[in-house]
Design a protein around this ligand. Structure first.
Ligand code: TYM
Length: 332
């Protein structure tokens, strides 16, 4: 039997998980559990690039693990771990820092955005962030990296770094591909349909742990469009607000835009919004309920991440040894 291909991805525990994370990344991971050999982690080292409250950070990382499982990632079928528990990430990260160019890192959109947002803390980690992300991916010889559209540029850089390294030292790293979903790749904020849904604009961001009342409130206040036509039609240019909500429904239910347009034919936004809220509430309810149960099972969660790190280390150390041998470092 042919070995399964490797899927790998991570999310920073920098804020509570939201619908953008779920539709852009996690849902795709869950849907493909059986098909691939899966590695998913809490990108806690990356989170240090922005100042954190240590206690809240630690708690959020564990909650993120509970939510991974609650979203449907079975720990028996997915290797779930903390990035910081596998030291090879930081070790390969340093080596790849030395094979990633200043010019390449300067062009990264996320670096430019975050530098603007954290003008008083543009630290070296924020700059070299993509080299660590390349290490995350290349350590596991990942075939596919399922991410939202905003991370595509980092995966492209990872490919460039892998090709560069392979070019110098011979075949060392698998050159990975980004796996970006058709719907859900870029979910916009409900209050800002021109910028992506993110925790930094909480009023337009649906968090996975939001309750029914909160979701209703946020959807009710969602920006709809200023054009004169007041019915539901998919048109991201002229109707970005409505199209974003249609995209959310499509990604959650698997319906096509045409089907959604038919469902709401002749109805105004007044009927559309409660229906959108309903779909979100019903989709997230089982996740929230399961996560609430799991969050208090700290011993169980610890056993999951420990087993995950142990399993992840086997693959990671194999690649690290190969890299150390090739560049002339002495593997322990
Ligand atoms: P992060 O933590 O910002 O986001 C996690 C995942 O959620 C997706 N995402 C979205 N997708 C659609 N619409 C949105 N509004 C939205 N917001 C977030 C992101 O595309 C991402 O897939 N650098 C990464 C974390 C990382 C990583 C890795 C990912 C570290 N190492 C190795 C893959 C492989 C990041 O900051 O994602």
């Amino acid at each position: 039997m042919e070995a399964k291909k490797i899927m790998l991805s991570g999310i920073q525990p920098s804020g509570d998980l939201h619908l953008g994370n779920y539709l852009g990344a996690i849902k795709g991971w869950v849907d493909r559990t059986e098909e691939y050999d899966n590695y998913y982690f809490m990108a806690d080292l990356h989170t240090l690039t922005v100042r954190q409250d240590p206690e809240a950070f630690r708690k959020r990382a564990l909650e993120q693990l509970a939510l991974y499982i609650a979203c449907g990632l079975d720990p028996e079928k997915n290797t779930l771990f903390y990035q910081s528990h596998v030291p090879a990430h930081a070790q390969l990260g340093w080596v790849l820092d030395c094979y990633t160019m200043f010019g390449e890192l300067s062009r990264m959109t996320q670096f430019k955005d975050k530098s603007k947002k954290n003008a008083d803390n543009i630290n070296a980690g924020l700059f070299t962030y993509p080299a660590l992300m390349a290490a995350d991916i290349l350590l596991y010889q990942a075939d596919y990296v399922p991410v939202g559209e905003d991370q595509r540029q980092h995966v492209e850089l990872t490919r460039d770094v892998a090709n560069r390294f392979n070019g110098i030292f011979g075949e060392t790293f698998k050159v990975p591909e980004a796996f970006v979903p058709k719907e859900g790749a870029r979910i916009y904020g409900l209050s800002t349909p021109d910028s992506k849904m993110s925790k930094s604009i909480p009023e337009g961001c649906i968090f996975l742990m939001d309750d029914e009342t909160t979701i209703n409130k946020k959807v009710k206040k969602a920006v709809t469009d200023a054009d004169t036509e007041k019915w539901v039609r998919y048109d991201p240019i002229n109707k970005p607000g409505v199209s974003n909500m249609m995209n959310i429904i499509a990604a959650l239910t698997g319906k096509s835009f045409e089907q959604i347009e038919n469902d709401f034919e002749g109805m105004g936004y007044g009927k559309f919004k409660p229906a959108v809220a309903e779909v979100i509430i019903e989709s997230l309810r089982p996740i929230r309920e399961e996560a609430t149960k799991l969050i208090v099972e700290e011993d169980y969660l610890r056993s999951v991440y420990r087993a995950g790190a142990e399993k992840a280390s086997i693959l990671a150390e194999k690649t690290l040894k190969d890299v150390y041998d090739k560049v002339g470092l002495t593997y322990k």
